[in-house]
Design a protein around this ligand. Structure first.
Ligand SMILES: [Zn+2]
Length: 74
């Protein structure tokens, strides 16, 4: 729980090019270091987040299960 709160205290500032602590206003959040607007993810992280295919995860966990069972049988 504590770590989740800690993580939420950071957003990405493109001006600083890093995750920073921020000040929240009604509509936007602002970097405490330079005062620029911050966002939840960096552009790179956001693209990774959007392009990560979710069905693959199910497949790999299934494969892992199968492999485990097979190893046990031997
Ligand atoms: Zn900044």
């Amino acid at each position: 729980m504590q770590s989740i709160d800690f993580y939420n205290d950071y957003k990405y500032c493109s001006a600083c090019d890093m995750y920073v602590t921020y000040l929240m206003s009604i509509h936007d959040s602002y970097c405490t270091k330079c005062g620029d607007k911050v966002r939840l993810f960096s552009k790179k992280d956001w693209e990774e987040f959007n392009h990560t295919p979710t069905p693959k995860k199910n497949k790999s966990s299934q494969t892992r299960r199968k492999t485990l069972g097979f190893g046990r049988a031997q």
